[in-house]
Design a binder for this molecule. Structure first.
Ligand code: FE2
Length: 462
């Protein structure tokens, strides 16, 4: 089995030979400024910041900065500003102890600072400080205000500390300013809790140069299940989440919704959270569908780890026609996500869990609902799904049935990730990058919605 650093070095080398000299210079600048190679002075105190990452805050003018120190510090602060050499603003936050549930009961301190009142569409430089130890400098760009801009995202799931094959290419893309945000659709590190959390620590450090500079938005996967998902809850801070593991946020013309599919599969952690999430989700989607909201942000995009549908040749629940995520309680269709998404007019559902990429035709209740034969993704009558869980992990690839169902439009087992650009309120462009094929785009489509809204309403109008 390849060790991650060997793998990363090999892929970095492969990537470097592909890209232009300009890109290499850009990347070096990105890594240097983003602190990737800067050693933080620790002096054996265990107080040097590590695992630094950012996510969008509760408001567009906010950014959440999260990091970890092995030992307790008296200070959690971020120094930031619009010029690298003049970090004139200081914001203080807080920290709390996190104790892993493994036999060693390893502890660390998770620090959180909420930057507020940031100006939109602006680059900020920052350093984090825990007492006398200070990180290298990083930078991020805030999202533009309003809805009339085009969010660009990288989306993937199932990336491990070992064999994170797509990570160097994602870093190169980010260095070129290709993304406003990243979405990691569950399953981190394999696992965050493994070896008393040491594998989680390794993973958080590996993603730092990417996640400290581009908002790293997440949902939980099955690999985070140990000790009631405690490593995930502790290490990631998401907007308006408060440890619930479901939340929503807005980017330009898009309303994103992140859910936990895992409540359904780990009921020993409690039944009530299944109902609470569903109730919250229904209210959130209904609010997003209020005419004044849907006209401003017509795109509704959900992401959760385990798919409703998949055509892989394994025995995962998504290969069943009655997957729990899709139908809720089988036969009764109580807590059916598909029915809820259909009624609320979800445009795109993103999933992972399968270590592969699959694009579905627009679908509802196992039936293809293409817009037309010639233009299947123009004004479709059902939800469009993609499954993108091939970023790379120790469990390697997953493959497909020889005769996939009719709703399966395209699949690939290559390692890679998905890019998407919401061009405007009607056009969403999606493409799949194969890392195995040196960054080749192996699939792409444009979802066109001239009208957004509940599919029942739209179909009745036809
Ligand atoms: Fe998974």
């Amino acid at each position: 089995m390849l060790q991650c650093h060997d793998q990363l070095s090999r892929n970095s080398l492969k990537s470097f030979t592909m890209y232009s000299q300009q890109t290499i210079v850009l990347t070096l600048a990105f890594v240097l400024i983003s602190g990737g190679t800067l050693k933080t002075a620790d002096h054996g105190t265990g107080k040097a910041p590590q695992h630094i990452h950012i996510s969008y805050g509760d408001l567009p003018s906010q950014m959440i900065i999260t990091w970890s120190t092995p030992n307790k510090t008296d200070l959690s602060s971020v120094h930031y500003g619009r010029e690298l050499l003049h970090l004139v603003n200081v914001e203080e936050g807080s920290s709390h102890i996190f104790v892993d549930g493994g036999t060693e009961k390893r502890s660390q301190y998770i620090h959180r600072v909420d930057l507020k009142g940031l100006t939109g569409n602006t680059t900020y430089y920052y350093k984090v400080r825990s007492e006398e130890s200070e990180s290298g400098a990083f930078y991020f760009r805030t999202m533009p205000e309003g809805q009339d801009w085009s969010p660009r995202l990288a989306v993937f799931g199932d990336m491990g500390a070992t064999n994170a094959q797509s990570l160097p290419r994602l870093e190169l893309d980010a260095a070129k300013g290709m993304y406003d945000a990243v979405i990691h659709v569950g399953d981190f590190a394999y696992d965050l809790s493994k070896d008393n959390g040491k594998i989680g620590d390794q993973f958080m450090q590996e993603i730092q140069s990417l996640a400290a500079s581009v908002p790293y938005m997440t949902c939980v996967g099955n690999h985070e299940n140990s000790y009631n998902f405690s490593n995930y809850r502790a290490r990631f801070n998401m907007p308006n989440d408060n440890g619930k593991m479901y939340y929503s946020f807005n980017m330009g013309p898009v309303h994103f919704v992140s859910i936990s599919t895992e409540f359904l599969y780990f009921p020993d952690y409690g039944f009530t959270q299944i109902y609470e999430q569903y109730d919250w989700l229904k209210k959130d989607l209904m609010e997003a569908n209020q005419p004044e909201n849907r006209s401003k942000r017509p795109w509704i995009v959900t992401f959760g780890h385990r798919p409703m549908y998949c055509s892989n040749n394994d025995n995962d629940d998504c290969t069943s026609n009655e997957s729990l995520v899709r139908v809720g309680v089988p036969l009764l269709r109580i807590l059916s996500l598909e029915d809820l998404y259909y009624q609320q007019g979800v445009d795109l559902s993103i999933w992972a869990h399968e270590h592969s990429y699959e694009r579905l035709w627009p679908v509802y209740n196992l039936k293809v609902r293409n817009g037309s034969y010639e233009s299947p993704y123009t004004n479709p009558g059902g939800i469009t799904h993609i499954i993108t869980g091939s970023a790379g992990c120790s469990e390697r690839h997953e493959y497909f049935q020889k005769n996939p169902p009719p709703w399966s439009a395209y699949h690939s087992s290559d390692y890679g990730y998905t890019r998407m650009t919401f061009a405007n309120k009607t056009h969403l462009y999606v493409e799949q990058v194969s890392d195995d094929k040196n960054g080749e785009i192996i699939d792409s489509f444009t979802l066109i919605k001239e009208q957004h809204g509940p599919y029942g309403d739209l179909n009745n109008r036809v």
